[in-house]
Design a binder for this molecule. Structure first.
Ligand SMILES: [Zn+2]
Length: 380
């Protein structure tokens, strides 16, 4: 048994002080410091925050490594890198590249998933396949030559490792046959993204089974008052939504508004590229040159390609630029993403019986210690 003392413990509905968090491989309790069991190892949070481990539903790479490398070593490097940002679990995310490359990447993650529960890095919770079933007109930084029509057979073949599939519902022409089949036969969460659907098509796809929206506002039809688009469908339906919270991809003035509308359906993501964790410079992404400067990566033609965000900084960006309580900002990067992929019974909050995935931070949410299933995986 271990006990974290002297921290502000972030629960899903409040922050408590003057308590101790007890854990083994799971959360054991929240007690008065006088009631710490004898023999428990005591860890001092030094007045910082004690947060549930963060969960990133959308991340392509880190420290120069790309999920689409299809290499075990890349996944190990990414996991070991982002654990320093307080990420205890994540969905390695593929892009629209050659289907053979996507399959190889998924197979590598499948082979490592069990080991990742105990290794020296963030746990693989499954994968996010971002494409290749997207709209050419909203491809963003993805490569048009690899775009395919939605194919339920592919998703079913990898349903044990894919947690989320991003697709453009309007390209699933026959009354969303592929979406319906995926939803009928698997637990994979279908997310609309990189889509040029109009509002009615987007709403109809939600009725057909779409449950999530990939990086809201980016690479989709916008909210316009006479052409409401996918963004409005996302806000007007019960789907969960991803938000890149680097203050660039979506302006920070939207944080309060989106919270008011989506509440615990709001999930913060990084959409981090392999340049994450590296200095400014030029890198490659799926063979294309990207330029990383300030807080954003662009292709040579100026197209925004993704972020280099650390998820703990994303939580703090929102907290500092909104009126959302800190515990709800944290929920957006822990409980809400856990709920979106259906693992909230064991991940996402500091509740008794859940996995002891815990982050200790300083007063500014800089990570001091990351604990996964009760084992310390990182210490600043
Ligand atoms: Zn992405």
């Amino acid at each position: 048994m271990k006990a974290i003392i002297n921290g502000k413990i972030i629960l899903k509905d409040r922050i408590v002080e003057d308590k101790a968090l007890l854990y083994s491989n799971v959360i054991e309790g929240i007690v008065s410091p006088n009631n710490i069991p004898e023999g428990a190892e005591v860890i001092d949070a030094n007045g910082g925050y004690v947060s549930p481990g963060l969960i990133d539903l959308h991340i392509h790479g880190y420290l120069g490594k790309d999920v689409c490398d299809g290499e075990e070593e890349s996944i190990r490097t990414i996991s070991a890198g982002i654990v320093k940002n307080g990420v205890t679990g994540y969905l390695p995310t593929t892009m629209t590249v050659d289907m053979k490359v996507i399959k190889k990447a998924l197979e590598v993650c499948r082979a490592l998933k069990e080991e990742s529960k105990n290794w020296e890095g963030s746990e693989i919770l499954g994968c996010h396949a971002e494409g290749p079933f997207i709209s050419e007109s909203k491809k963003g930084a993805q490569d048009a030559k690899y775009i395919l029509k939605p194919d339920a057979a592919f998703v079913k073949e990898y349903a044990d490792i894919i947690k989320t599939i991003t697709l453009a519902p309007e390209t699933d022409e026959n009354d969303f046959a592929a979406i319906r089949e995926i939803c009928r036969d698997t637990d994979v969460v279908v997310s609309m993204g990189h889509t040029s659907a109009d509002y009615n098509t987007a709403m109809a796809s939600v009725n057909a089974g779409v449950k999530h929206v990939t990086h809201l506002f980016n690479a989709m039809t916008p909210l316009a008052h006479r052409a409401p688009g996918v963004v409005t469908a996302a806000l007007n339906s019960d789907v969960s939504v991803e938000l890149i919270v680097d203050t660039f991809h979506v302006d920070k003035c939207f944080y309060d508004l989106l919270w008011k509308v989506k509440q615990r359906k709001l999930c913060f993501i990084t959409d981090c590229l392999p340049a994450g964790g590296l200095p400014y410079g030029e890198y490659t992404l799926g063979g294309a040159k990207i330029i990383y400067r300030d807080i954003v990566c662009r292709l040579e033609d100026g197209t925004v390609a993704g972020s280099v965000l650390h998820l703990n900084h994303g939580v703090w960006n929102v907290y500092k630029n909104s009126n959302i309580p800190l515990y709800e900002c944290v929920n957006c990067a822990s409980l809400n993403p856990a709920t979106a992929i259906g693992i909230q019974d064991r991940k996402g909050s500091l509740e008794i019986g859940k996995d002891a995935d815990i982050v200790i931070t300083d007063q500014n949410f800089e990570v001091q210690k990351t604990i996964i299933r009760g084992e310390t995986k990182y210490e600043a």
